[in-house]
Design a protein around this ligand. Structure first.
Ligand SMILES: Cc1cc2nc3c(=O)[nH]c(=O)nc-3n(C[C@H](O)[C@H](O)[C@H](O)COP(=O)(O)OP(=O)(O)OC[C@H]3O[C@@H](n4cnc5c(N)ncnc54)[C@H](O)[C@@H]3O)c2cc1C
Length: 437
């Protein structure tokens, strides 16, 4: 008997925290498992802001899927690179630009993308931080502007070049504003003699009355003070009305000139066109599931991680969009399918949340324990190091952090752009469309 064909096939869309943890824990003897991701590596979003601010190189927070699939826990899982363009629920197929795959069970773990709330124009103008390539784009822009400003004699032009605005005061916004603030305070004067700290302005704009709204009030106040010490201007209770011609217009009538606006103010579930049936979306464009992560109205389709939405008694607005939820849902669903029946409700164990604001400064809400300052920063570093995949990555990041802590080393501040040639790009792989049955 061909055991491969006797096994049911599970196709997993997305190799983030949810998808990767699912494939690691699913029984490969019982199921044939294929994981699809548009990138050939797993990324670590909590450290994107360090890539954007040249604190870490992208390779140290990325991990190739093929390497991961060769490890004991995931051995037997097949990785296919591809961007899922549609799902046919009636035919049980997933279609990428390269192939059509059939499935017996489908696990959607595609996470979220930037949400511009219908303002498509914004997507053409703002920088974002939802992927490694977006972080690199921002890094190149910041470094390019520092180079241009350092050879510019006119102070007004320098100030125009070096005005950075971050929209959104959640953890991503606070962390990226803190990192640029840290460059302003510690690095610019050392490495760019033509620029003074006064030439650089960093503003964070938040619509509510506090930063880090998902954390405790104490954490919000400490984050505000920490950003202040990094010379970041914080505007609370302020909404952005529009962004045109390099002018950010705020709801209070004021304007800020900036050609670098970093948008961290909204996310929405990855859009995955569906035919042959229906997958309902709830708040934040997330897929509605039951408490076992089964997609509402579907028997063999599941959604886990950031893209899934389920209200429970403890979480009436859905589970938080955090790495821990994604990891725990991936593992839980795998165990259920290993048992042959998806019946046990998902229960989230909250391990707390943290955010860092430059060196020595962080805030952490860990159950009843609240940490801030240096202790929280050490805790933050430890948690992020142990969460990274691969010993090599852990060591590289640790060495980088220690080195940067003592030396403010500039070795990562490289501007590497895409090559000019070939001038006419053709995605030849698109033509090799493969059909799998
Ligand atoms: C800048 C930033 C900072 C963050 N900081 C923290 C933090 O400090 N702590 C914390 O707990 N959480 C943090 N988060 C949230 C955390 O990263 C998410 O909760 C977590 O990544 C969700 O995991 P996931 O597997 O659901 O989705 P993701 O990790 O987003 O993975 C989705 C995967 O699906 C792939 N994919 C998407 N669409 C397609 C498609 N159509 N075809 C093929 N592949 C596709 C993507 O390439 C990606 O690999 C942060 C997020 C961001 C963006």
């Amino acid at each position: 008997m061909n055991t491969a064909s006797a096994r049911q096939r599970i196709v997993v869309v997305g190799g983030g925290f949810a998808g990767l943890n699912f494939v690691k824990h699913i029984d490969k003897k019982r199921y044939e498992v294929i994981i699809i991701d548009r990138n050939n590596f797993h990324s670590f979003p909590p450290l994107f802001y360090q890539v954007a601010s040249s604190g870490l190189d992208p390779a140290s927070i990325s991990f190739p899927f093929r390497r991961e699939m060769s490890k004991k826990r995931a051995r037997g899982v097949r990785y296919h690179m591809g961007d899922v363009r549609s799902i046919d629920l009636a035919m049980h197929t997933v279609i990428t630009q390269f192939e059509t795959l059939t499935y017996d069970k489908l696990v959607i773990a595609a996470g979220t993308t930037n949400n511009f709330f219908g303002n498509t124009d914004l997507s053409k103008k703002v920088f974002t931080l939802k992927s490694t390539s977006e972080a690199l784009r921002l890094r190149n822009e910041i470094l390019g502007r520092l180079e241009r400003a350092s050879i510019c004699a006119d102070q007004q032009t320098r100030r125009k070049l070096l005005s950075f605005v971050v929209i959104g005061g959640g953890p991503s916004g606070v962390e990226v504003a803190g990192a640029i603030g840290e460059m302003k305070r510690y690095i610019i004067s050392r490495e760019y003699p033509g620029i003074s700290a006064d030439d650089v302005s960093v503003t964070i704009v938040e619509g509510s009355d506090r930063l880090l709204r998902s954390m405790s009030r104490q954490a919000s106040e400490q984050a505000l003070a920490a950003l202040g010490s990094l010379m970041v201007d914080v505007k609370l209770n302020t909404l952005m009305d529009s962004y045109d011609d390099g002018t950010v217009s705020l709801h209070d009538g004021t304007t800020i000139h900036s050609d670098v606006v970093v948008w961290t103010a909204g996310i929405t579930g990855e859009p995955l066109p569906v035919s042959g049936g229906d997958i309902s979306r709830g708040p934040g464009g997330r897929i509605l599931t039951d408490i076992c992560n089964r997609v509402k109205g579907q028997h063999d389709v599941f959604a886990i991680g950031d893209i899934a939405y389920c209200e429970s008694e403890d979480y009436p607005h859905g589970f938080p969009q955090l790495a821990q939820v994604a990891i725990q849902q991936g593992r839980h669903l795998a165990r259920q399918l290993n048992g042959g029946r998806v019946v046990d409700p998902f229960v989230y164990t909250d391990r707390g949340s943290m955010a860092t604001i430059g060196r020595n400064r962080a805030v952490a809400d860990l159950g009843h324990l609240h940490l801030h300052g240096f202790t929280a920063w050490l805790a933050w570093m430890f948690i992020h190091l142990i969460s990274l995949l691969g010993m090599r990555n852990k060591l590289t990041v640790l060495i980088n952090w220690i080195w940067a802590y003592f030396t403010y080393n500039a070795s990562l501040r490289l501007i590497i752009r895409a090559s000019r040639y070939p001038e006419e790009l053709s995605d030849s792989q698109d033509a090799d469309f493969v059909n799998h049955t």
